[in-house]
Design a binder for this molecule. Structure first.
Ligand SMILES: Cc1cc2nc3c(=O)[nH]c(=O)nc-3n(C[C@H](O)[C@H](O)[C@H](O)COP(=O)(O)OP(=O)(O)OC[C@H]3O[C@@H](n4cnc5c(N)ncnc54)[C@H](O)[C@@H]3O)c2cc1C
Length: 256
């Protein structure tokens, strides 16, 4: 997504679905133009330098600060998208703009977004599937897993902040869903799984360091073909999204 063309949406509803997840329903006529298959794609929420959503005083040519979130559900008929925000908060008021906004957003409030941008599709030419997500990627996993064939088998390993953050998600019958909390390492849990026979298709999105550990495991230890892997970091511990973006670019160059 190179040049974001902002579009203004309104908060239709906001619910704390679990203690560490805020679900916001956003509405806007222009959402009718979003493509049908955009569940699991991402949008950028746009902020000014102070973390506010008013972009009217943004100097000409200056880009807003952007934060990336997943379209969990989309309704073209109702012109709405549903977005889930992990409620992570530190005392540092110079960051965490998106989380701070989501926690305090009121019905009727406006926010600017750009998008949607799509992510790589799951390769369904496989004997089994392994889907791995932390809480930031739970919205994307819950959308992408609906695209698997009904007879799909394998695992979905999902890390949430606390046990009470476990959600009901729709998964094919033969996909075993394994929930863990932040008390356990996502990579360790995945490495302990019994590796099934045949060709695997992998979908993984999580924190940067966990992503690197898992990528090495899939590519080097398990020799999974790149065409059967979608793996992405959605955030980096201790770094804002702007810093994470730089690290991600460096990592992509090094891992080619
Ligand atoms: C394609 C894509 C889709 C994404 N979809 C979602 C989504 O649907 N829901 C969602 O919640 N996130 C999603 N993310 C992750 C989200 O963009 C980041 O978590 C982002 O940093 C949040 O912005 P912020 O303004 O709250 O915090 P920032 O200002 O970016 O960061 C402030 C501090 O918070 C820390 N931090 C950031 N995220 C977390 C976290 N989850 N837990 C603990 N500390 C954190 C940072 O390391 C930093 O120290 C997605 C990312 C990508 C790339």
């Amino acid at each position: 997504m190179k040049k974001p063309a902002p579009l203004q949406l309104t908060v239709e509803n906001s619910t704390q679905v679990t203690p560490n997840m805020q679900r916001i329903l956003l509405k806007g006529d222009e959402l009718a133009n979003f493509p049908d298959g955009c569940e699991g794609s991402y949008i950028k929420l746009l902020f000014n330098k102070e973390g506010g959503v008013d972009l009217s005083k943004l100097p000409q040519g200056e880009r807003p600060i952007m934060r990336t979130y997943t379209i969990r559900r989309f309704s073209a008929a109702k012109c709405t998208i549903e977005v889930d925000f992990v409620r992570h908060l530190s005392d540092d008021l110079t960051s965490g703009f998106a989380t701070r906004w989501a926690i305090s957003a009121k019905v009727g409030e406006a926010v600017n977004i750009a998008g949607p941008g799509s992510i790589k599709e799951i390769n369904i030419e496989a004997d089994w599937f392994l889907m791995v997500a932390d809480m930031t990627a739970l919205p994307a996993l819950s959308a992408k897993i609906r695209q698997l064939p009904t007879e799909a088998k394998g695992y979905a390993v999902i890390q949430v902040t606390e046990k009470v953050d476990v959600q009901q998600i729709d998964v094919p019958e033969n996909i075993q869903v394994i929930w863990i909390t932040n008390q356990e390492s996502l990579a360790t849990k995945v490495k302990a799984l019994i590796w099934l026979s045949g060709t695997v298709s992998i979908w993984t999105a999580c924190e940067f360091d966990a992503m690197r550990e898992l990528r090495s495991y899939f590519q080097n230890d398990k020799q999974v073909d790149r065409e059967h892997i979608y793996i992405s970091s959605y955030w980096k511990n201790g770094v804002t999204e702007d810093g994470h973006k730089v690290l991600k670019q460096q990592d992509a160059q090094q891992s080619q």
